[in-house]
Design a protein around this ligand. Structure first.
Ligand code: ATP
Ligand code: MN
Length: 429
């Protein structure tokens, strides 16, 4: 039987063997300590002369940070800290050495850590972030799967733009020019007509030529789309969704959030109903604190911070000026010039985590918008078919997974939220 650090609590008193890496080691007089890391956890291993083989003490002297080792010993509950476990070591074997491991406990600059991302992932903090990311991915899937949604993933090679042409990655599809997907939404509109409630969850590419704390070049987006939902149904869905993924992470990942020193009192209030602001109200709020803001413009990151700082829950902003939104966004017939888009701004200045809204269902209006946006009608032939054969009101949204991870973990920068980040100016390792 193979044992992992996570299994210790059920094996107290047993002599077992563990394989992993040296996280830390130190000697003090007759006792030697070693922290063994195996990916499922870190366990202190204690070597006492007389209790362990003499050869183990000799081997101990050769240990270096991140050497691969096998240790044999007895599982004990910590005498003072109930619920934590240690190994009374008997034997120690070095499986593979580690010479001059570059990441030491001292402070390293960000560039150095990013160059060594493949090793940096072994640190407690980075592992905790990746576990929270994993929890969020399964929470996202469970939320939609539990509500009768069907996962209908969108293609990554796409012949046309959907969020504007400025940040598209061009590539080749044999002899054709093609783009990497910047959103699966248009395809979800097609599958929504087939299956009613659908979502896609996959990688998304945007050539964002700027260095910000919240833009990746390659990120993961989950995009639900529901037939016959209007903008208000859409906000309700987004609200229940965010409450579910946040509360579930709080419940299932307290240890990781503690390692990250996350102030969870800031996440506990994240339960519906979330405040909803019309763009015009939000713009007034912003104008008061940022006089240079031009009403009618999209909000910048500092503007979003002004809006979200007024609330302890995420806040929806709806009815943006149609001019700043994508061509497929439906203009409100009762408020010409305003689109039925609804974005969700996270708390604590994390800014937009969800962008969404109601889609235009009129073929005539869409044709007009496609022209206005300088897009080619023939690229959208199939998309327009959805308006020819039983057009239907429908709405959906996109959540950037990494923005959610950054917010929930309380990270200052999005680069730590994905195993191997692609940023403007960084594509290694
Ligand atoms: P922003 O204005 O912040 O650049 P956007 O309005 O271009 O975002 P949308 O097209 O609405 O973004 O995409 C939906 C969601 O995808 C966003 O709310 C955000 O969570 C996420 N997202 C968008 N661009 C990025 C990016 N470059 N890196 C990480 N996540 C992103
Ligand atoms: Mn958006």
């Amino acid at each position: 039987m193979r044992y992992f650090v996570e299994d210790l609590k059920n094996n107290v008193g047993k002599t077992i063997s563990l394989k992993g890496w040296v996280y830390n080691s130190r000697s003090s007089g007759k006792v030697k300590f070693l922290d063994l890391r195996d990916g499922t956890g870190i366990v202190p291993c204690i070597f006492f002369r007389g209790e362990c083989e003499d050869s183990a003490l000799e081997t101990f002297e050769q240990l270096t940070q991140e050497a691969a080792i096998e240790i044999e010993g007895v599982v004990r509950e910590h005498p003072k800290h109930k619920g934590t476990f240690e190994i009374g070591a008997k034997n120690l074997k070095i499986l593979s050495p580690s010479v001059d491991y570059p990441i030491s406990p001292k402070d390293h600059g960000t560039d150095f850590l990013m160059d060594n991302r493949h090793l940096w992932l072994r640190s407690k903090r980075q592992a905790a972030i990746l576990r929270v990311r994993h929890e969020l991915i399964s929470a996202i899937r469970d939320f939609f799967d539990g509500r009768g949604f069907t996962l209908t993933d969108a293609p990554i090679f796409t012949p046309s733009a959907c969020e504007g042409t400025s940040n598209l990655f061009e590539t080749q599809f044999f002899d054709e020019k093609m783009y990497l997907s910047q959103s699966g939404q248009l395809y979800m509109e097609a599958t929504a007509a087939a299956l009613g409630k659908v979502y896609c969850f996959g990688p998304t590419f945007r050539a964002e030529k700027s260095k910000t704390r919240r833009h990746l070049i390659e990120f993961w987006m989950v995009e639900p789309e529901v037939a016959f939902n209007d903008m208000y149904d859409n906000m309700e869905l987004a609200e229940q969704f965010i409450e579910y993924i946040v509360q579930r992470t709080l419940k299932n990942r307290p240890d990781e959030l503690k390692i990250l020193e996350r102030d969870i009192s800031k996440l506990e209030p994240v339960k519906g109903a979330f405040p909803r602001l019309h763009y015009s109200e939000a713009a007034q709020l912003v104008k008061k604190e940022n006089p240079s803001f031009v009403i009618g413009d999209d909000f910048g990151a500092p503007d979003e911070t002004i809006i979200s700082s007024k609330f302890d829950k995420p806040v929806f902003v709806h009815h943006y000026p149609a001019a700043v939104k994508a061509f497929y966004m439906k203009e409100d017939p009762r408020e010409p010039g305003f689109a039925m888009g609804c974005d969700l701004l996270a708390t604590e200045g994390y800014g937009e985590i969800i962008g969404g809204g109601q889609r235009e269902e009129s073929k005539e209006v869409l044709l007009k918008k496609i022209k206005e946006h300088g897009l080619k009608e023939e690229d959208f032939k199939w998309y327009l078919d959805l308006r020819t054969y039983g057009s239907f009101p429908h709405s959906g949204f996109g959540l950037g997974l990494e923005r959610a991870v950054a917010w929930i973990c309380g990270l200052p920068h999005i680069r730590e939220t994905i195993p191997f980040p692609r940023l403007y100016g960084r594509s290694y390792p």
